[in-house]
Structure formats: structure tokens, C-alpha cells
Design a protein. Sequence first.
Length: 273
Amino acid sequence: MSDSQQDSQQGNITGTLLDRVKIVLVNTSDCRNIGSAARAMKTMGLSQLILVDPIEMPNGQAQAMAAGATDVLANAKVVSTLAEAIEDCGLVVGTSARSRTLPWPMLEPRGCGEKMIAEADEYPVALVFGRENSGLTNEELQLCHFHVQIPANPEYSSLNLAMAVQTLSYEVRTSYLLAHDQNYQERSTGNGNSIAKTKNEDDELYPVIEETERFYQHFEKALKATGFIVENHPGLVMTKLRRLFNRARPDVKEIKMMRGIFASMERSSKEKS
């Protein structure tokens, strides 16, 4: 059976899982890399390409590099900021080729694919790739719940953009097949047992990025009201709190509870003043 026939039999699953995985390219300078990334995506069954402020818009050269994936390229969505690209996502993973001054929760590529598929059932998820020469900025990486690093040869770890997209898209597809394709499960495990994690009925949904950003804005406002953050000298307080809460990943109910606490802090500060 061909791959397209398998996907046809699994139509509903593909439509709600692989089609909910966004590949986000930030500030790409060479449109040919966008075309190559589109081709890498389509070979793994991914179709949601988001371009954040590309320096060079896709043209004939990009179409040539996309080969049979010109449909992915043609349907790419162009936005101005990373925040706009991921505002409806409940899970965002950013690629990082180097360790940062302030460490962030990390995933290996295999674990990244598993988490993407496990959570795509609830909301859109995103893999974010940075600029060809400098990657993602610290501010952009702080919008991500996790970072992922491809363990390439340390003596020559230079992966171009399309290679990175291909590698992580492959892990996403493998996790999808292990979770939802009986034939693939049997070939991979020998007994057809799925290794995918199951969702507990009591589990709550995680907030999407738009809600999470409102949470952080409210948090900062409350901390300023209490004097914990000094307006002109904020330091790294919010950056460190982002790291803490990204690691903890509070769900929707917990976020609402925390915002209730922030509102109480603000009222208390007003009464004292």
C-alpha cells in the first residue's frame, strides 16, 4: 500500500493531527530555502507553512526548489511577527543550535515529535526555525515552551534550514505513525502495541500562546503594582519567570487561578496606596 493510500484511509486523523502541526520559518533570507523546506515538509505529510517577515518572498526559484511541493509553498501564510504566527498554538518548540545564557526546557528530536503528536489532538502546535545565519533571538526563544537541538556531529554541526526541517518533520511523522497506523506499529514494535501516550480524562487543556502572553502581561503588571519589579530596572525577573512557568506548563484552569491571584495583588496594592 502506498503512503498516500495509507493517509487516505486515515483521512480524519491526518486532518486533525499532521495538519495541525505548523512549520514556522522566521525572517528567512533566501527564498530557495523556503522552497526546500516546503519540499521537506510535504515528504513527511506536513502542509502548514508559516513565514514570519521573510526577507525574500517565494518566487520562481523557491518553486523550483519546492519541486512537487508547490502547493505547500502557494498556501504558505505570511505574517509580521512570531507572536502572530503562534498565537493559537498550545505548544511551541523553537530550534536552537547553541546553549543559551539562561537555559530553557529542552527536548530531543524524538521526544519533540512525540510531544507534538500527543498535543496536536487538542490544539495547533508549532515548530519554529530561525534565520539561516543567526537562528532565533532570545526574545523569540522565550515565546517557546521548549527548545529542541538536533544532536549533529560536534565537529561539523552545520545543518541548513531544509535539513533541520526535514529531520524534525521526520520525527513528527514517525510519532504520528506509531500512534495511529496499525501496520507501522506492527513493523516497528513486532506486536502492534502503540507507544503513544494516552490522555487522562482529568487532564486539562494547556492555554494557547495568546492566552499565555496575556498571563505574563498580567503577572508583570501585578509585580510592578507590588513593587517587586521596578519600572525602570526590571532586570531578568520576567525572563526567569517565563522559564519557570514554561517548565511547569500550567493548564487553563491553573492560569485562570493565577490571574485571580494577580488581580487580588493589584487590589491589595491599590488599597494600601
